[in-house]
Design a protein around this ligand. Structure first.
Ligand SMILES: [Fe+2]
Length: 287
């Protein structure tokens, strides 16, 4: 079966590029792409042209999650597969593909209306090393694992599982967490590669498509450095330092300029090949 291989890029609509510019570089350590223009900011975390595109349109939300397929043959096979399943999609014109800095793409929505873009052939700037927006001890973890992961809204975990399975992803419920009101919260995680998960579902998203995006760094000190910088900023820490049980990532979350959260983590383990679930995180510091 043809399958998506990574979350290659994400597109966010934002209210203020100016706030995002400062947040993304000075706090998070991302690099501004040098062909950004007044209405759009490209953010780099490796040698891709960009991993995050910000458009100043007031959405303050995810406006596109770019899922990669291996190449032209897989792109054609994915179209046949979606048609067979009866999933509506639209192959974008060359102008849109050029705008996204990919060779070809199609657009579709998941059952909750999450805007997805399946593409192949990202522009990689092999000539231009990644240069972080502020000093870092090491680097962002991308490669075959993609930009990171996103937790997004869902329209039922079963329908969501089926949809993403049909894109070639694997996963399962990974938490059944007792809640203070006596209910049990269930969270679904889907992976496309060795990264523990690419999409997560089950946490309320406050009317937005996205709850958070996770960016991974490959040195613990970069989590601690980012935590120190964010702690002194206007952007609140929303989830304190701690370790998730499923991906074993040591991370914290903060609320960025668009209201959705950004998680910065280190130490994620590879996706498991057999399902298992947890009832709580390994460790989470005081709020
Ligand atoms: Fe996360």
């Amino acid at each position: 079966m043809t399958a998506v291989t990574e979350l290659g890029y994400v597109r966010f609509g934002v209210s203020s590029l100016e706030e995002w510019r400062a947040f993304a570089t000075d706090l998070v350590g991302l690099e501004i792409g040098d062909d950004s223009d007044p209405g759009r900011l490209y953010l780099r975390s490796d040698q891709w042209h960009h991993r995050i595109a910000l458009e100043e349109n007031g959405a303050d939300d995810l406006i596109g999650a770019g899922l990669r397929v291996a190449g032209p043959a897989e792109f054609t096979a994915m179209q046949a597969h979606l048609s067979e399943l009866g999933v509506p999609y639209e192959v974008a014109g060359d102008d849109v593909a050029r705008d996204r800095h990919v060779l070809e793409l199609l657009t579709l929505s998941d059952p909750a209306g999450i805007p997805l873009e399946i593409f192949h052939g990202p522009q990689v700037e092999a000539h231009r090393p990644f240069h972080p927006g502020r000093p870092m001890f090491s680097r962002f973890v991308t490669g075959d694992g993609g930009v990171g992961h996103v937790l997004v809204n869902h329209a039922g975990l079963e329908a969501t599982y089926d949809f993403y399975r049909n894109l070639g992803m694997r996963g399962s419920l990974e938490y059944r967490m007792p809640m203070p009101d006596g209910s049990t919260a269930e969270f679904l995680f889907m992976h496309a590669n060795a990264r523990d998960h690419t999409f997560a579902f089950g946490v309320p998203t406050d009317g937005k498509h996205i709850h958070h995006i996770m960016l991974e760094v490959d040195h613990l000190d970069d989590v601690l450095l980012a935590h120190g910088i964010v702690s002194k900023s206007q952007y609140p820490i929303t989830v304190p330092l701690g370790r998730h049980a499923n991906d074993q990532t040591f991370s914290f979350y903060c609320k960025g300029p668009s209201g959705f959260q950004v998680e910065i983590g280190w130490g994620g383990r590879p996706a498991t090949h057999q399902s298992e679930y947890y009832t709580r995180d390994t460790y989470r510091g005081p709020r």
